[in-house]
Design a binder for this molecule. Structure first.
Ligand SMILES: NC(=O)C1=CN([C@@H]2O[C@H](COP(=O)(O)OP(=O)(O)OC[C@H]3O[C@@H](n4cnc5c(N)ncnc54)[C@H](O)[C@@H]3O)[C@@H](O)[C@H]2O)C=CC1
Ligand SMILES: CC(=O)C(=O)O
Ligand SMILES: [Mg+2]
Length: 357
C-alpha cells in the first residue's frame, strides 16, 4: 500500500504519525511510505532519518495526499486539508467528530474512509490508541494546573503541595479513567489533597486500592461536585463517554461558587468539554478567564511534549497501520474487532451514531 505522512498543521502541534522505525517496518513489509518534508522535525526526526529508513520525502502536503492510499497522521484534518482528502482514501488519525459537525460534514463529503484512533476499542472497553495520549495529558494536566495556580498567571497563588505547617492545595479530578488516574498520581506525588470522582463503582474500588493515601475517591454526582466548589483550587476535567460529547458537570453558574484564581483544566475539551464554559484553546493562547476563574482547555495537550508523545502514540498505532496496509481496511476491520470500532465514516456514510455532535 502507498502510505502518506503529512506534517501536522494544528497550532503548535509537533507530533508526527509515523517514526523512522515505523517507516522501516512498513517498507520491510513491501509498502511505500511518503513523508512530507520536515514532518518529523518537531519530534526529533530529520528528513534524512526517514530517508534512511526507506521513506521518500515530498515537498508539500498536497503531494502526500495526492499519492497516498492511506494517510497516517495525529490530529483531525484542518480546514485547509479538507479539499486534499480523496474518495476511498483511508485517513487514520484522531478525529473527535462529536466535537465538530463541520469536520464530520467535510469528511462525509470527501467520501474517505475515516478510522478514528480514539474509538478503536478492545473487548474490555479499553481504548488502546487513546490511552497513551491520555497518559501524557493526565500527567501534563497537573503540571499546567500547578503553573497556572501561580499568582502571576492569574491563579490563587498556591503551591500544590503546601509546605510544612501550611496546608496543601485541593485538587478535584472528574473522571477516574486513564487521564484521571495519571493526574491523581502526579498531584498526589506533589503532595496535594486530591479527590477523584467517577460514576463507575468498580473503578473507584480499584483507585482506592491503588492510589496513595492523599487521594480520596468519591462517587460522582452533581451534589458531591457542588460540595467541593467553595474550597477547590484546581479542577481537572477527565470524563469520557466513548465517542460521544462529554456531559457538562460544571455549569457556568458554578463558577460564582469558586474562589477567584481557581484553575480549571478541561482535558475532555476534545470531546466538547465537561465544564460548560470551556472552549478549545491552543498552546499559543492556552488560557482565558471567566468570572476570575482560569480556564485551560488545550485540545492537543500532548503536542507540547512531542518527543515523549510521538513515541508513545506510534508504538500503539503501528500494529494497526501494519494491519491496514497489509490487508486493506475492509479485511483488516473484519479480522480485528478492536480496529472495526474505529471505523467511523466510510464513503460518505456515518457508521457510528455516537459521533453526532
Ligand atoms: N486535551 C487533550 O489533549 C487530550 C484529551 N483527552 C481526552 O480526555 C478525556 C478522558 O480520556 P480517558 O481518561 O482516556 O477516558 P477513560 O474512558 O479512560 O476515562 C473516562 C472516565 O470518565 C468516567 N465518567 C463518565 N461519566 C462520568 C461522570 N458523570 N462523572 C465522573 N466520571 C465519569 C468513566 O467512568 C471513565 O472512568 C477524553 O475526552 C479524551 O479524548 C485525552 C488525551 C489528550
Ligand atoms: C487525544 C488527542 O486528541 C490528542 O492527543 O491530541
Ligand atoms: Mg485514600
Amino acid at each position: 500500500m502507498i502510505i502518506g505522512v503529512p506534517k501536522e498543521i494544528k497550532v503548535q502541534e509537533y507530533r508526527v504519525g509515523l517514526t523512522p522505525a515505523g517507516v522501516h517496518s512498513l517498507v520491510g513489509n513491501g509498502h511505500s511510505v511518503y513523508v512530507e518534508t520536515q514532518a518529523g522535525v518537531g519530534s526529533g526526526f530529520s528528513d534524512d532519518a526517514y530517508e534512511m529508513a526507506g521513506a521518500k520525502i515530498l515537498d508539500s502536503a498536497a503531494k502526500v495526499y495526492a499519492i497516498a492510499e492511506m494517510i497516517v497522521k495525529v490530529k483531525e484534518p484542518q480546514n485547509i486539508e479538507f479539499p486534499l482528502i480523496k474518495e476511498n482514501q483511508i485517513v487514520f488519525t484522531y478525529f473527535h467528530f462529536a466535537a465538530s459537525r463541520e469536520l464530520t460534514e467535510a469528511m462525509l463529503a470527501s467520501k474517505a474512509i475515516c478510522i478514528t484512533y480514539e474509538t478503536v476499542e478492545n473487548d474490555d472497553k479499553s481504548l488502546p490508541l487513546l490511552t497513551p495520549m491520555s497518559e501524557v495529558a493526565g500527567r501534563m494536566a497537573v503540571q499546567v494546573g500547578a503553573y497556572y495556580l501561580g499568582k502571576p498567571q492569574g491563579g490563587k497563588g498556591k503551591l500544590l503541595g503546601g509546605v510544612p505547617g501550611v496546608k496543601p492545595a485541593n485538587v478535584l479530578i472528574l473522571g477516574g479513567g486513564v487521564v484521571g488516574t495519571q493526574a491523581a498520581k502526579m498531584a498526589a506525588g506533589l503532595g496535594a489533597n486530591v479527590t477523584i470522582m467517577d460514576t463507575n463503582l468498580s473503578r473507584l474500588r480499584f483507585l482506592e486500592d491503588t492510589l496513595p493515601p492523599n487521594v480520596d475517591t468519591q462517587f460522582s454526582t452533581s451534589y458531591a461536585i457542588q460540595e467541593h466548589l467553595a474550597k477547590v483550587d484546581l479542577i481537572i476535567g477527565a470524563v469520557l463517554l466513548h465517542g460521544a460529547k462529554a456531559p457538562h458537570l460544571i455549569k457556568k453558574e458554578d463558577l460564582l461558587r469558586m474562589e477567584k484564581g481557581t484553575v480549571l483544566v478541561d482535558v475532555a475539551v476534545d470531546q466538547g468539554g465537561c465544564i460548560e464554559t470551556c472552549k478549545p484553546t491552543t498552546h499559543e493562547n492556552p488560557i482565558f478567564e471567566i468570572d476570575g476563574i482560569v480556564h485551560y482547555c488545550v485540545a492537543n495537550m500532548p503536542g507540547a511534549v512531542p518527543q515523549t508523545s510521538t513515541l508513545a502514540l506510534t508504538q500503539a498505532t503501528l500494529p494497526y497501520v501494519q494491519l491496514l496496509a497489509n490487508l486493506g481496511w475492509e479485511e483488516a476491520c473484519k479480522q480485528n474487532n478492536s480496529l472495526s470500532k474505529g471505523l467511523s465514516l466510510s464513503k460518505g456514510e456515518l457508521l457510528d451514531v455516537r459521533l453526532i455532535g
